[in-house]
Design a protein around this ligand. Structure first.
Ligand code: MN3
Length: 202
């Protein structure tokens, strides 16, 4: 069973009013994410060790193996973007009560969480991701990863939110202003309802 590009959980122009244009989604979902899926399926076709494995299994078995680096990069990016589309919402930015209580308990305040997340997202040199993660100690933390890696591969915990900071994710709408893209995500675009659902299912 080949991996497939998931449909967006909203219309292609649904995020235009909150900082992500239809053009960005058309390229990012329709071209970039599709390319990762196509490449991953090509690798699976040629490698019996990958056939029949779930996406999580392929991420974990290719992690850290030099000869499987192209597999890891594309599987990781497929995993990351599946989460990313769900982490965005046309009605984003509003933090529901249970998650807010948890954020205040673990970071001190919502503002402190946003500052910490922004520091990770802006501080990731080059391409990568910033994450809100539930660690194995039961506490929320913010992390970053390079290129296609993620909290599944690093073992840092369960991802509640992920923000793509590859230039293809913000260059059409924010040009080189990554800090503005990150602030817009935290204040207007982030689907904290999804993050809270991830927290409750952990
Ligand atoms: Mn991307």
């Amino acid at each position: 069973m080949a991996f497939e590009l998931p449909a967006l959980p909203y219309a292609g122009d649904a995020l235009a009013g909150v900082g992500m244009s239809a053009e960005t989604l058309e390229f990012h979902h329709g071209k970039h994410h599709q390319a990762y899926v196509t490449a991953l399926n090509g690798f699976v076709d040629k490698n019996d060790a990958l056939k029949g494995k779930s996406l999580d299994e392929i991420v974990l078995l290719s992690n850290g193996k030099a000869d499987l680096a192209p597999v890891f990069n594309n599987a990781g990016q497929h995993w990351n973007h599946i989460l990313f589309w769900q982490a965005l919402s046309p009605k984003g930015g509003r933090i529901p009560g249970a998650l807010e209580t948890k954020i205040v308990g673990d970071f001190g305040s919502v503002d402190a969480f946003k500052e910490a997340f922004k520091a990770q997202a802006v501080g990731q040199f080059g391409s990568g991701w910033a994450w809100l993660v539930l660690g194995s100690d039961g506490k929320l933390k913010v992390t970053k990863s390079a290129n296609g890696s993620n909290p599944l591969a690093s073992g840092e915990g369960k991802a509640l939110l992920g923000l793509d900071v590859w230039e293809h994710s913000y260059y059409i709408d924010f040009r080189n202003r990554r800090p503005d893209y990150v602030s817009n995500f935290l204040d207007k675009l982030a689907n904290y309802e999804f993050a809270e659902a991830q927290l409750k299912s952990a």
